[in-house]
Design a protein around this ligand. Sequence first.
Ligand code: UD1
Length: 422
Amino acid sequence: MDKFIIEGGTPLKGTIAISGSKNAALPIIAAGLLGNSETTIHNIPRLQDIYTFNNVLRVVGAKVDFIENENTVKIDPTGVSHLEAPYDLVRKMRASFYMLGALVGKHGYAKVSLPGGCAWGPRPVDLHLKGMEAMGIKISLDKGYVIAEAGDTLKGGSFTLEPSSVGATVNLLLASVLKAEKFVIKNAAKEPDVVLLCNTLVKMGANIEGIGTDKLTIRKVEELNGVEINNDPDRIELGTYMIAGAMHPENELTLTGCNADHLGGFPDLLRKTGTKVDIDGSVIKIKAPKVLKAVSAKTDIYPGFPTDLQAQWATMLTQAEGKSKVTDTVYFDRFSYVPELVRLGAEMHNEKNTVHIEGKTPLTGASVMSTDLRASVSLVLAAMVAENTTEVLRIYHLDRGYESLENKLGPVGAKITRVEDQ
Ligand code: UD1
């Protein structure tokens, strides 16, 4: 298990290229299973979650070729015959559950293990299953596996997601585009990841109305063809590096390959801290203020403040002058980073789904342990401004979602070394 040794206190100056989005890649890779021919996707990040998902596709019989030096993945779905995604793989990553929609949506049958993934709070899949039932799919549970069965055609119907869910919207789209006479998803997720999936499916031949709105109407088509498409840039990686750019008074970062349209109100929120944020097409420049102002935040569904930036924002606020709070309304239990930051010297505590922060506190290096993907990157952010040396243990979480983190931050001034922890 690898760990990072980070010597803090060095300013960040220079350019970082933003990678393709992990969360956008997974649904479009799954969509590749619905085609009658090969799908090629560019700008796929080299991340553990992508390797895992590719393996899930291979297990069911798809040919997946990941041309890593080009960040391109090719999916040939014509050999799919084993309609089962096993626990061994699905437990590693929650999004493997997209196999349920993709397999039943194309082949009329799927047996998929209930998912694992990041360990924060309860993360149910009830909406995925109830939505499929509303479409006419027969769902049963057998020893930790979900079995989904559909005939050639489903009547469809409508289903309201309460709360709005990215994963359920993705699964219901995958399940319905080739099967449902007419299916309406109400309160659908509007995240860019869902929009990219819809546009990909339409390019493959699907009939979807309302793309980008919270009401998606799907009417089945006879077949879908393989396509060649580009994945979106990673808005969470981008947001993380924007936050990194604000955390030390001498920081100045240029971030390239960005899509600022996917950030919602985030740039304006960051500007309120005194940070300079200049957006010029796909390039975003960040200049930290001399004194960072404390700005509270509350997560919400897109285009609101993303829960996937909650931990990083709260970490930044430990370096801001004054009291602030960060509330997570999407996941109530995503604060495992708080006690770790307290060990570094942060003054913060959480009550229910809100973390209260008092800054600015000097942070001092210690050994800390990451417990999920976004928590672990937050510890790296903290370590980069802490005095002395910090060890961030169990960075396999981080490798699931941040492509070449130390190779991106090293050249701009961070002192991060990866070592194998015995
Ligand atoms: C996706 C992202 C994750 C992000 C989250 C919210 C991927 C691979 N992961 O996760 O990084 O943090 O969106 O932006 O894209 N819910 C239910 N029942 C369900 C499904 C969800 O109650 O069946 C609830 C969840 O508990 C949560 C809310 O819906 O409170 C939103 O979750 P959802 O959008 O589904 O998150 P994921 O798709 O799992």
